[in-house]
Design a protein around this ligand. Sequence first.
Ligand code: PMP
Length: 435
Amino acid sequence: MTQVFHRHCHSDLPFATRGEGAYIYDQSGKAYLDASGGAAVSCLGHNHAGVRAALHAQIDQLAYAHSSFFTTEVAENLASRLTDKAPGSLNHVYFVSGGSEAVESALKLARQYFVETGEPQRTRFIARRQSYHGNTLGALAVGGNAWRRAPFSPLLMPAEHIAPCYPYRDQQPDESLHDYGQRVANELEQRLLTVGPETVIAFIAEPVVGATAGALAPVEGYYKRIREICDRYGILLILDEVMCGMGRTGTLFAHEQDGIEADLVTIAKGLGAGYQPIGAMLASDRIYDAISEGSGFFQHGHTYMAHATAMAGSLAVMDAFEKDGVLARVAPMGEALDQRLRNRFGDHPHVGDIRGRGLFQALELVHNRDSKKPFDSRSKLDKRIKAEAMQLGLMCYPMAGTIDGQRGHHILLAPPFIINEEQLDELTDKLYQAV
Ligand code: PMP
């Protein structure tokens, strides 16, 4: 038994000792193909020479300088690299150490924005059912996962939850995809009118839902409608790209593909690519200007903000994306993965849906394909598939359906962008065996 307090007490985990490219090796030398990038983190694979060199160089020069005393060239460069690419006027970057911290920052900045602009009665958030935005108490308060919330209620902030955009489950037989997207987006307006739009701070959602629903991309027009509703009632739009951002869906920001602009965006995971803990919140001019013309001070902060070594590592990640053409691989390799999944699982009696964008894909598992009836959540199907896959030397990310039994289990795939065709074959073969 290990002394590290892991999520599951008495866990019996192998020791990871080495990583190379798309593989992690354990203490016995066994290789595991990292088809989930850990939890959609390791977008460059393991032991990347460019990131290693950048981290070494920064540590040799200056590992850390507290952000209330100094800024650094690496932090400024990383901020401008991100804002140059971000849609709209997301011109300000707040660097933190992970996804939950990024979400907490966004929630607090959104609240402070309304306090400073004279609408302090706005205290409520709207999110989507089954959503996950982090495990800290603020992020948990907005998330819509009943099982995660239950032990910790009452939670910090009032939040309302509307349906996610989930055509496989919820589109009506006589309804076009477009009409479905508009209908489900309109629930935001209905909810605003029920709770009083003047009490709401923001709507928060993951553009492409990751862990909780399995690479669920919005239908065309859904986010345009969401943006219109936010604007009509003066509420902010926060997009959580902690998992789907940083190139995972084929563009640096997932919401570039939806043709909308957000007020606040959170990123993490792929930004550090597993080499350093890092997260970031991007804020639009409107938010930044209101704070700077008001108190001039965002009432928030963390010790390791804009940590110089982390900044240098993430700059090297972005270099690899652009100069080494890694980001450009995502769309074609995503298609190659999609094709393989369809060939292998297209007729599988327990695979109800194959979906995703770029190298962010998932299988939804159902007991019965025609009725879409899910497996019982007590079946522990997710844990069994994970164990089976690990036995075969494959890391994938299976998740249970929701606690109310209304959704199927799914398996999320988020391999490194450097994955090759042969490794995609290995992934599909091993996944098929595991399922
Ligand atoms: N938001 C989303 C969409 C996530 O997927 C996650 C992590 N799975 C988080 C926030 C929280 O990030 P972290 O675990 O780095 O705190």
